[in-house]
Design a protein around this ligand. Structure first.
Ligand code: GDG
Length: 464
């Protein structure tokens, strides 16, 4: 078995539970091959502490059988590559938010510089028959940089976020360069079939690619395979977290506090793609149009802090806080607050207890590559008395879960409020039947299968 090398913007220590299912799944793959995980440490070196753009010292440590190789970024590199281009251009545009993109010419330079530096640091660590798996939008040009340095490795790329339709992609001044860079890989993995279709349309029309088979594209002198590999969660890991003390304590506390009420739960990074103001407005509409829910339905919204140095994130925070305050002011009673808004990270070990206490899980992003919260919510339910998943049609998860969740358009406030009302009133037989199907789906398409199928496809002989 060839050695696996994973490259991602951040390297997580797979021994910590806080790292989550993705880190655990990647660590599992790395452990099997005694692999290497390469990326940034998360630390930023200030200018006056010697942080030089495009330069970084490499730190190497062992975590069990896995080697972790990390670099600290200089302040300039972090600002241009991470905040500027990755999160100020690629993240908004790939989530269809051209209005939030800041096409500052300086940031693309930093993005290229850091990808080149990554390639320079990684290349000497690679053995001839290593298989390299690159993750996400921060590292689109990395493989092309490695090829320019002579790499002939099998290299795969997985995009965790959506790929937008060609006309939206074309708003990025460097769109051709980005898409050409993708052809330096042997395999491209997307979350959903819709993303694969956007890729195919772009490269056929803009790149004049020849589609040689369903999943095989030829352009710029190279061939690349592109397929959907929908990511999942580690259902067993999540169930054992649920059985743990922290989750059980959380469940008991919630049940006690909300014994006579119905709980709705949302858990998201505070990100404009997650549709949080729209969700809170739909909840407000529920209280307005279906008054029987007053003094009863309670929304707990965890919005964990995220990318606080990017302007758009401060704006969304202010908007959300204003909305929650207004609803509590309008409908709150001495002994009941309709919305509990928590702008902090809740410990991962507690999350399953919170999900299980809820009658409704609200997962209503405006756009999302997949959305793992939807799957975590399903995994945490009691099959005998499960809560209902209200899911946005714009989450990648809707491709496979849409049939048995209550599917909503988060821009439609009234429609979402009606779906929440439906969820709150759903008879137990229907809840059980829907949950059983959802659970079967997330079990079959779990994170292990995602990882296995991607690596099998990457390492098998390319089609003739
Ligand atoms: C990207 C794509 C794709 C959230 N708040 C807290 C917390 N979380 C955890 C959740 C879940 C994870 O973070 C979020 O995963 P999502 O999939 O919902 O979203 P992104 O972070 O945007 O991830 C997404 C994913 O990559 C994987 O490919 O599905 O579409 O955007 O695990 O539980 N965890 C803790 N406290 C919190 O307050 N501990």
């Amino acid at each position: 078995m060839p050695r696996l090398v994973v490259v991602s913007n951040r390297v997580a220590d797979p021994r910590r539970t806080a790292a989550g299912g993705l880190a655990v799944a990647l660590a599992e793959a790395l452990n099997q091959s005694g692999g290497l995980w390469f990326g940034t440490s998360g630390a930023v070196t200030e200018r006056d502490a010697g942080g030089t753009p495009g330069e970084a010292a490499l730190q190497v440590q062992r975590a069990g059988d896995v080697t972790l190789a990390t670099v600290d970024l200089s302040r300039d590199d972090h600002d241009a590559y991470y905040l500027g281009y990755s999160n100020g251009v690629l993240w908004p545009v790939f989530h269809y938010r051209l209005d939030l993109a800041d096409f500052d010419a300086g940031s693309i330079e930093g993005y290229r510089r850091v990808n080149r530096m990554f390639a320079r640091k990684l290349m000497p660590l690679l053995r001839p028959d290593d298989v390299v798996w690159v993750h996400d939008y921060h590292l689109i040009p990395l493989a092309a940089e490695l090829r320019a340095m002579g790499s002939t490795h099998r290299i795969g790329f997985f995009l965790h976020i959506p790929l937008p339709p060609p006309l939206i992609l074309a708003a990025i001044p460097q769109h051709e360069w980005l898409m050409r860079s993708l052809f330096a890989h042997d395999l491209l993995g997307f979350q959903a079939q819709a993303d694969v279709e956007h890729f195919a349309r772009y490269v056929r029309n803009e790149g004049r690619a020849e589609q040689r088979r369903d999943d095989l594209f030829h352009a710029f002198g190279r061939s690349v395979r592109a397929r959907a590999f929908p990511i999942g969660i580690d259902v067993d890991e999540f169930e054992s977290l649920l059985a743990g003390r922290d989750a059980q304590d959380t469940l008991a506390t919630m049940r006690e506090q909300y014994a006579k009420r119905q709980l709705l739960v949302g858990v998201d990074r505070l990100d404009y793609s997650k549709g949080l103001p729209q969700r809170v407005r739909a909840f407000q509409r529920l209280l307005e149009r279906y008054p029987e829910n007053r003094n009863s339905a309670t929304l707990i919204q965890v919005a964990s802090p995220s990318r606080e140095d990017v302007h758009a994130y401060a704006d969304i925070r202010r908007e959300l806080e204003g909305l929650c305050g207004a609803i509590n002011g309008e409908y709150g009673e001495l002994d009941w607050m309709p919305v509990r808004y928590i702008h902090r990270t809740v410990a991962r070990r507690r999350l399953p207890g919170l999900y299980r206490a809820a009658r409704v899980g609200l997962v209503t992003p405006l756009r999302d590559g997949m959305n793992l919260v939807a799957k975590e919510f399903v995994a945490a339910q009691d099959p005998a008395d499960p809560g209902v998943l209200v899911l946005s049609r714009f989450a990648g998860a809707a491709e496979r879960l849409g049939e048995h969740a209550l599917l909503v358009n988060p821009y439609d406030t009234q429609g979402t409020a009606d779906a929440i009302q439906h969820a709150l009133r759903m008879p137990i037989d229907e809840r059980r039947a829907r949950h059983a199907r959802l659970l079967a789906q997330i079990r079959t398409h779990d994170v292990h299968r995602w990882q296995r199928e991607f690596l099998q496809t990457l390492t098998e002989d390319p089609p003739a």
